[in-house]
Ligand binder design. Structure first.
Ligand code: SAM
Length: 457
């Protein structure tokens, strides 16, 4: 068991009263492990037929399952590399459920890395609409991009900005916003000793100030009638009920909606904050001693009043004809059906499709302006890994399929070339699910699985 901060335990004792012994006991138990099926790639039914893991459903997320870490390691399975699921903590699935994303909407995930909730939102949007995934930390954003690519998300724009820089550009723009805020992480104590060491009362206060600042920017970016979900993985009321009460005082154009009730969720507690605000009972608490999960706080807010503005759609600089030509030839040679036409944009030699209706991104730090197609080199087109992972095998002319237990797959994921008599760009699939590109010539399939993702030999 990790060394828990005594001040933290004292506070929890006074908050939880008779529940405290059960709460304390959870620190003697192993962390709960879970995954979420990525329905952008596979239906839940097909997934359950395919995978060899022992699974147990999570009550509040239809696509979520507990697995047994003593028996199974789904994070190391080839289906993980193919993006069939995301390893996600069970209670962390609750905020995206409460957000209720719909296909075709404009949705912002403001604190997105490493992308657990972004990929969950993306699956619910089913590739339709605009999903802006923002992460302020330039290091953490790499994992976000990798996860979005692995999960085959095609409608995401990935930004690397402070929320206050985004707010003027996206004023009244989004139908839904998730603020899964940076927090003191008390729900991580069981998993991560470093989080315990960083914790202090001062850190809790600092987090609360930051959380309110982030919420104020989010409020500006939400449309009237839009839904804002705030969540943390911490237990203290200062970062939870208190943040929501202060936000409501300063933003009377918002009201709290009850979090859709789920088995074992508890209500937020108005008595825990200095100036009781009865409304906060509509928020939800997921406690580790009341359900199988590490714990979370979720609040659902609705913007009821404000201006309705016409949105300015961005103009993206015209892309040179040569780049489009290279892409077009690549499609004709290698795909059975061409992708729907979109607005192209070029960053260096990297070619993207920008989602329709997107405002200008000029002056913002952009990690991915849209669907990444590949690199338009001088004379040829180099398709991206993201493209491979987002295509249906039936839309690619040349495919080699292996079943999950065939040794060729491990060799491919380790970066080895494979014998193959075809010619040109080829998708390698596991049981029909794309893993990446190879390029065949002279009896050999040259490996194009990204170096940074390769498995150890
Ligand atoms: N939503 C993510 C997921 O489900 O995978 C987890 C997000 S984590 C709880 C909070 C994120 O907020 C971190 O990635 C952190 O880098 C980011 N963050 C830190 N400071 C921030 C700030 N000032 N504004 C916005 N985000 C910030």
């Amino acid at each position: 068991m990790n060394q828990l901060p005594p001040v933290f335990m004292e506070k929890m004792k006074s908050l939880l009263g008779e529940d405290f012994p059960a709460f304390k006991q959870t620190y003697h138990e192993a962390p709960i492990r879970s995954l979420r099926v990525n329905t952008l790639k596979v239906s839940k039914e097909k997934f359950l037929e395919l995978v060899p893991f022992q699974l147990d459903p999570i009550p509040w997320c239809a696509e979520g399952f507990y697995y047994n870490h003593d028996i199974d390691r789904p994070g190391k399975h080839v289906y993980h590399a193919a993006g069939l699921y995301y390893i996600q903590e069970a209670s962390a699935m609750s905020p995206a459920e409460a957000l209720q994303p719909q296909p075709g909407e404009k949705i912002l995930d403001l604190c997105a890395a490493p992308g657990g909730k972004t990929t969950q939102i993306a699956a619910k949007m089913n590739g339709e609409g605009i999903l802006v995934a923002n992460e302020v930390d330039a290091k953490r954003i790499k994992a976000l991009v990798e996860n979005l690519e692995r999960c085959g998300v095609t409608n995401a724009v990935v930004l690397n900005e402070y929320p206050e820089h985004l707010a003027p550009r996206f004023t009244d723009f989004f139908d839904r916003i998730l603020v899964d805020a940076p927090c003191s992480g008390e729900g991580m104590f069981r998993k991560d000793p470093a989080v315990c060491e960083r914790w202090s009362l001062r850190a809790v206060e600092k987090c609360a100030t930051l959380q309110l600042d982030i919420l104020y920017s989010a409020a500006q970016m939400l449309k009237v009638g839009g839904r804002l979900v705030y969540s943390t993985c911490t237990f203290n009321p200062v970062e939870n009920e208190q943040v929501i009460a202060t936000f409501l005082t300063n933003h009377p154009e918002f009201r709290l909606l009850p979090v859709p009730k789920q088995t074992h969720y508890q209500s937020g507690n108005p008595v825990w904050i200095p100036s009781p605000h009865n409304e906060v009972a509509k928020t939800a608490r997921l406690w580790p001693h009341r359900l199988r999960g590490e714990g979370h706080f979720v609040a659902v807010l609705e913007k009821t009043d404000g201006e309705v503005r016409k949105q300015k759609i961005g103009k993206f600089p015209p892309v040179h004809r040569d780049a489009k030509q290279l892409w077009s030839s690549f499609q004709k040679e290698n795909l059975t059906t061409e992708l729907p036409e979109g607005t192209f944009t070029l960053y260096g030699e990297h070619l993207y499709f920008v989602p329709d209706q997107l405002p200008s991104l000029r002056g913002l730090r952009v990690e991915r302006p849209g669907r990444y197609l590949g690199q338009a080199k001088k004379r040829h087109f180099l398709p991206s890994h993201a493209l491979a992972l987002s295509l249906k095998p039936s839309s690619v002319k040349q495919v080699i399929n292996f079943s999950s237990d065939q040794p060729e797959l491990s060799l491919y994921l380790q970066g080895e070339s494979l014998p193959f008599s075809g010619k040109g760009w080829t998708i390698i699939t596991v049981d029909g699910f794309p893993l990446g590109w190879g390029k065949a010539s002279n009896g050999l399939l040259k490996n194009h699985y990204p170096k940074k993702l390769r498995w150890d030999k």
